[in-house]
Design a protein around this ligand. Structure first.
Ligand code: ZN
Ligand code: ZN
Ligand code: ZN
Length: 376
């Protein structure tokens, strides 16, 4: 899911600073510029979130030494002019029947290499390529993975508020009946609660009960939850344009000793991952710290995904807490720490908090109990 809902309340100056930073980063990466289609990058850079992404070209052009230009269909121009970043943009509108690629090509270095937002339509990229056959292109996320990774204070406030709303959702869902109700019904409760606590967009509401919990990709189904089940809950979305994402694993009634033990291991792993968060540490160190606890306890082969992902105007973005990622943590980065153990055919446990890097370690944006909670 991409997150292009209510733009957050930033000023034109904030957007100008972001566009300047992005343009400098592009130049430093050897790019002739950035081409940004509607989606999370455009929201972050300009505050502009067109209601529909269409076959008509909308494209932000950022190039060193030029003012930012937003190419936009004439019929969308009135909406684009309302975007918070519009005052620091030059709008270049084009009407049906005209060739928007030729008009855009006139703005670009004809033999340059450009970073293109990942979600740009192939239709548009191919149109540009035809208009400028000597240009080449790179994924914006691959070229500038950390562009949106370090959050400023206003963004941190929004992410903190989104985390608090997800926590409030957990505090309510733990009170509802689980036994005898379908996963899909509990998921609907989660979505209602997220909206009630201020989310304008719900991205996922995972309710994975009993053996379904052993599949980290299981979202929700018709299975009726039974007494004795472990239930993985993982939910989030966007509140005021910024993401939440938290997991807790609850038990219906009293857990067995084994269920308690596995839950304790995941809780220790989550704690170890959290304690590894400090400026200068590599992302992979967070993964290693969490994974070591699970491996040492003998469950290494059952922890089958990376430890975490970044979060901001989307619920999944760089940086990734994964072996091989040597990117150093920087104060202001926000990401999940979410180890899990998945026992095929039996049950799964995952515990997830969003964590932000501070000068002296990590700060959690989720603060509901990490000890196992029992539900009815
Ligand atoms: Zn059980
Ligand atoms: Zn999650
Ligand atoms: Zn997550």
């Amino acid at each position: 899911m991409t997150g292009t809902s209510t733009p957050a309340p930033f000023t034109a100056d904030d957007y100008r600073a972001r566009m300047e930073r992005a343009t400098r980063a592009a130049a430093d990466a050897g790019l002739a510029g950035l081409l940004v289609a509607p989606g999370p990058d455009l929201v972050w850079l300009t505050g502009y979130a067109p209601t529909a992404t269409t076959e008509r070209l909308t494209l932000l052009v950022l190039a060193p030494g030029q003012d930012p230009v937003l190419v936009v269909p004439t019929l969308e121009a009135p909406d684009a002019e309302k975007a918070a970043g519009a005052p620091v943009l030059t709008l270049r509108d084009w009407t049906d029947g005209k060739d928007p690629y030729a008009a855009t090509a006139a703005l670009l270095d004809a033999s340059g290499r450009f970073g293109v937002s990942d979600n740009a339509w192939a239709l548009h990229l191919l149109g540009l390529q035809k208009a400028l056959p000597r240009t080449s292109y790179a994924s914006l996320t691959e070229a500038l993975p950390m562009l949106r990774a370090v959050k400023d204070e206003a963004e941190l406030r929004l992410l903190t508020a989104a985390g608090a709303a997800a926590d409030a959702t957990f505090e309510e869902i733990r009170k509802v009946p689980f036994a005898g109700r379908r996963e899909s019904e509990i998921a609907a409760d989660l979505a209602d609660l997220l909206r009630r606590f201020g989310h304008e967009q719900v991205d996922f509401t995972i309710v994975a009960s009993g053996p379904n919990g052993a599949n980290p990709h299981h979202e929700v189904g018709d299975r009726a939850v039974e007494r004795g089940d472990m239930v993985v809950l993982d939910f989030g979305g966007l509140k005021d344009g910024y993401g939440s994402d938290t997991s807790r694993t609850v038990h219906v009634g009293e857990p067995t000793d084994e269920e308690r033990r596995v839950h304790d291991i995941v809780r220790e792993a989550q704690e170890a991952g959290f304690r590894a968060v400090r400026p200068g540490a590599a992302c992979q160190e967070v993964d290693r710290a969490a994974r070591a606890v699970i491996t040492d306890a003998g469950y290494g082969e059952y922890f089958i995904h990376r430890t975490g992902h970044g979060i901001g105007v989307t619920t999944h973005e760089p940086p990734y807490m994964i072996e091989g990622e040597e990117q150093a943590l920087v104060p202001g980065m926000c990401f999940s720490v979410e180890p899990g153990i998945y026992l095929p055919g039996r049950f799964g446990v995952r515990i997830e908090d969003i964590v932000t890097v501070t000068e002296d370690g990590g700060r959690r944006l989720n603060n509901t109990p990490r000890e196992m909670v029992t539900v009815d």
